[in-house]
Design a protein around this ligand. Structure first.
Ligand SMILES: [Zn+2]
Length: 331
């Protein structure tokens, strides 16, 4: 889910090392475990660190099974692609998105640093997953960050986006999906927000801070793609988290296989109680989702797409031609 700092340590940092890293604001206030910029709302973990997580049970049958979220992600990705070409998924985990988009004949490469995920994706699913940015991929049609950008310490985040900008063509689209620090969900549930993940989330973006982050590496926003599904899941799971025995108990036991150190009997009792409550949580979550749809800047999850900025200095313009360009040279 995250990128190694060492892979890109030699590259420069264009984001600001002091104050708010996204907008340069100097006034920040403490909010839970984070420092929040009073200007752009960006939140940075007070003591950021690189963590390594596996956000899936490593089971091939489960990953190959198509869920509503898989349909949403693949459908959005396909709509955003402006031409045929490769997709690079950064922070691909065990390769769920890669597996499902490859089924449409789209060449896909993943980048991941958690070794157990890389092993599973390459050896069990047969996917092309690297531990660093794939230098041999020229002018990808689409680069995706499905809930990975918030995991990256600042220097890794900067270096990764710089690598993307140096590989991108003018028609390359970069899609970023991250939790929203300005969401109603975050305000209502605080630490019980299902998308609150301390210490794994180094950053908590707002729509504005994500724009500033991407602009610092030469990108401009070209689209916003609010997701009712992420909102519905967020509200419903947060309700279950609030009544459960630990943060995200219901979600983590199913998605990550976490046992919370509980005995089998205790897990069984909690699982039965929360499963019985799930339809009620889903119904209430569905109603609260209407809030997100009414005011997308306060939705649970930010989904915004970017392209190389037409205003970037000439020296920072794309170095690559798309495969369809007459100037394109295959690697
Ligand atoms: Zn800021």
């Amino acid at each position: 889910m995250t990128m190694p700092q060492s892979n890109f340590a030699s590259q420069s940092t264009s984001l600001r090392p002091t104050g708010c890293p996204m907008c340069g604001g100097t006034e920040r206030v403490r909010r839970l475990a984070y420092l929040r910029c009073t200007c752009c709302g960006h939140e940075v973990l007070e003591t950021p660190q690189q963590t390594f997580i596996t956000n899936e049970v490593l089971n091939a049958a489960r990953i190959r099974a198509t869920t509503m979220l898989d349909r949403h992600q693949v459908g959005l990705a396909r709509r955003l692609m402006r031409r045929p070409g490769a997709v690079v998924d950064v922070g691909c985990g065990p390769g769920r998105f890669l597996w499902h988009i490859q089924r449409y004949g789209i060449p896909a490469v993943g980048v991941e640093i958690t070794s157990t995920c890389v092993d599973f994706a390459t050896k069990t699913l047969g996917l092309d997953v690297r531990t660093r940015w794939p230098a041999d991929i020229v002018a990808p049609a689409l680069v995706t960050f499905w809930h990975s950008l918030e995991h990256m310490p600042l220097d890794a985040l900067t270096a990764t986006l710089q690598a993307v900008s140096q590989t991108a063509a003018a028609d390359t689209v970069v899609l970023v999906s991250v939790p929203n620090a300005d969401s109603w969900l975050s305000r209502v549930f605080g630490k019980e927000n299902t998308y609150y993940d301390n210490p794994n989330h180094v950053h908590q973006f707002t729509p504005r801070s994500l724009d500033a982050c991407m602009a610092s590496c030469g990108f401009e926003r070209c689209g916003s793609h609010p997701s009712w599904l992420y909102s519905w899941v967020g509200w419903s799971l947060s309700l279950l988290s609030a009544v459960g025995p630990g943060h995200n108990y219901y979600y983590y036991t199913r998605k990550r296989g976490t046992d919370f150190g509980f005995s089998p009997a205790k897990r069984h009792a909690w699982n039965a109680a929360l499963t019985a409550s799930a339809p009620v949580a889903a119904a209430i979550g569905g109603m609260l989702t209407l809030l997100d749809l009414a005011v997308p800047r306060h939705a649970a999850v930010i989904q915004q797409s970017y392209q190389l900025s037409s205003h970037a200095p000439a020296a920072d313009r794309p170095r690559q031609q798309s495969p369809g360009s007459p100037d394109h040279v295959a690697p």
